[in-house]
Design a protein around this ligand. Sequence first.
Ligand code: ACO
Length: 171
Amino acid sequence: MAAVPDSELLFSRSYIPAAVQARVGSDIEIRPLAQSDNARGHFDLLTVLTEAPQVSAERYVERFQSMKACKDTYFTVAFIHKPTDKLVAVGTVFIERKFLRGTGIVGHIEDIAVSKSMQGRKLGLHLINTLEEIARSCGCYKVILDCSKDNIPFYEKCGFKHKEYEMAMYL
Ligand code: ACO
């Protein structure tokens, strides 16, 4: 597996906690999403979560670059299975800057997906730990997320507590 150059990454590798990398197993590399990850099965992986139709290579790069242009805002983390060079887990923490709480910062955890063949290996837990550490290093006072009732036990095991209710309006 060839190393991805730093210039292709969404954010600096320095945000990835070494302690989590040490816990995932030697067959997995944790790194920021790369501009070339479309070719490493990013969309196949997202289908465990919801509909994720493949987009063109140009559109993928365009979306990637628009996220990268928002400095210190989008942190999408990828777990790469080194023997196959494929993404096997992915998730994002989106950093929201507020006026309230003395210009506080909140992390929103979004789009967590672990490939079916890798579920149950604690990759989901390590992914959430990674996003939590990134949010902490960005100065967030909390991280929040929406999930289905079925996933509540998973997030409780990751240290979350049930609060509030989600509202949605599809446009
Ligand atoms: N119900 C109950 N417990 C669960 C569940 C569940 N659905 N999923 C995991 N757990 C438990 C595990 O048994 C384990 O418990 P243990 O420590 O006592 O052994 C602990 O949670 C950690 O499990 P992991 O092995 O880390 O979980 P995994 O790697 O399989 O990832 C995930 C869990 C992310 C839910 C995965 O199954 C998945 O990708 N599912 C499909 C997509 C999805 O639902 N994503 C989350 C959407 S919500 C969002 O994106 C904010």
